[in-house]
Design a binder for this molecule. Structure first.
Ligand SMILES: [Zn+2]
Length: 458
């Protein structure tokens, strides 16, 4: 495949080159050449002419719950913090059927791909009525998304002092047995893998101690990564202080849940010593600005994380708490929220420009940052040897008018978020001329709407 004539190509390579009139030459899902169009082969089996388009590395989503498309904008969960929100939604999630979840995943993956996402992590942790992670894995494979699936879990029901109702939790032994099966069946650790498995007990207030410890042991035995929600809200901090006498990050140390193979969602309420601990041990963070604003969770210390050398990626979070799966919009929100946070600087926002999260830094977090958080060195940039995952946007539209010729790269973040005209994953078109190629999307949306009505109203 030859990709040519892009107005500008953002490489995210070691020197962050932005190449005018850029393009790529691809063979079997792998990038072979990167450079100005004049330096590339003149033709190929498939030629994509990106005149007037910006070409970017595919975005990496590091935190989502795709099943939550079934409980989007539920009125009773619109205005409240994360624990209020969860208490409304848990009983609805207990009603989901396998076919409902499949529809939610299809819709979610389509929305992500249309926003430039090419690698998605899905934190699924509720498995009622015969739901299995296998369905998510097969659905993502059919769709063509590069997919990290979690065999997530909840084991601490309300009767044992946890937040979720007992109808939403599983037995520890069943969770561990299924986790092992899923890893042995699906996990691919090779360069260019389309499917990886992650073990992801849900949160400190919904899982048992043993499950945390045993999950970590299993993950390390099989060399798969670990993920959980952490330090999202003050409620959670009070819970771990009351129950264990330590803050959420301290609890992770106690469970052996620190290291390069661990990343946490949110990590909003984290102090300076804990940031140093993340940096020293290699723990990564999935920053979810829209969800954190929507649930009034707070502002994650992203600038401090990056200064300390902590890997930070972006997550749109579940579709019940964002409620959009638009990863490019999330990059914009990360930039804006970091700037809002500067208003809290004593004496006013700093004049030092380095402290202002730039549009290019937001794109870096959305690409290379996400790749690092997921433990991958084969995605996140457009370089020879990397996976052919990219998206392109036509700059010739009203959203960018006046700015696209001044600074097209910054325009893609500063201007109102738009959808991709082309998204290519593993060298295959997933979005072409603005349309998803691998799904009958209108039909899937109609079915998902019906399923959502049933799940929400019971
Ligand atoms: Zn989440």
């Amino acid at each position: 495949m030859l990709v040519k004539n892009a107005t500008v190509m953002v490489t995210m390579d070691g020197s962050r080159r932005e190449i005018a009139d850029g393009g790529l030459y691809i063979e079997e899902g792998v990038i072979k050449q990167v450079g100005p169009t004049s330096s590339l082969p003149k033709t190929a089996d498939e030629v994509l002419d990106l005149k007037d388009h910006i070409l970017l590395p595919g975005l990496v989503n590091t935190h989502h719950h795709l099943y939550q498309h079934l409980t989007r904008v539920v009125p009773a969960a619109q205005d409240g913090n994360v624990w209020n929100w969860l208490k409304v939604l848990y009983p609805m999630w207990a009603r989901m059927q396998p076919d409902d979840v499949k529809l939610a995943i299809q819709v979610g993956l389509a929305e992500l791909a249309l926003s430039g996402c090419t690698t998605a992590f899905d934190h699924q942790y509720v498995f009622p009525n015969g739901c299995k992670i296998d369905d998510a894995i097969h659905t993502a494979a059919e769709f063509g998304m590069r997919f990290h699936a979690s065999r997530g879990s909840m084991s601490l029901g309300a009767s044992k002092g946890g937040l979720p109702p007992d109808s939403c939790v599983e037995e520890e032994s069943a969770i561990l047995k299924d986790s092992q099966r899923v890893i042995e069946t699906y996990h691919d650790d090779k360069h260019g893998a389309m499917t990886r498995i992650v073990l992801a007990p849900c949160s400190p207030f919904s899982v048992t101690d043993d499950l945390m410890v045993e999950s970590a042991k299993m993950a390390r035995k099989y060399k798969v990564n670990l993920h959980t929600h952490l330090a999202e809200s003050p409620n959670e901090e009070r819970f771990t202080l009351d129950k264990y006498g330590v803050r959420p990050a301290g609890l992770m140390e106690k469970f052996g849940w620190v290291g390069k193979d661990v990343w946490f969602a949110h990590s909003v309420h984290i102090n300076d010593a804990e940031i140093s601990m993340f940096a020293k041990t290699g723990c990564g963070v999935a920053h979810c600005p829209c969800s954190n604003m929507r649930l009034a969770s707070g502002i994650a210390p992203v600038w401090k994380y990056r200064q300390a050398g902590v890997n930070v990626g972006l997550g749109v979070d579940g579709s019940s708490s964002n409620d959009g799966s638009h990863l490019l919009a999330e990059a914009r929100q990360a930039m804006l929220l970091a700037r809002l946070n500067l208003a809290n600087t004593p004496g006013g926002p700093p004049t030092d420009k380095k402290q202002w999260l730039s549009a290019r830094e937001a794109l870096e977090i959305a690409t290379l940052g996400g790749a690092a958080v997921l433990g991958r060195n084969d995605i996140g940039s457009l370089e020879p040897g990397k996976c052919a995952d990219f998206f392109a946007v036509n700059l010739n539209r009203v959203d960018f008018a006046g700015g696209s010729m001044i600074d097209p790269v910054a325009s893609i973040v500063f201007c109102a978020p738009v959808t991709a005209d082309y998204t290519v994953i593993n060298g295959r078109y997933i979005v072409k001329q603005g349309h998803v190629t691998t799904l009958d999307l209108p039909n899937v949306i109609a079915q998902c709407n019906r399923a959502a009505r049933r799940v929400v109203s019971g």
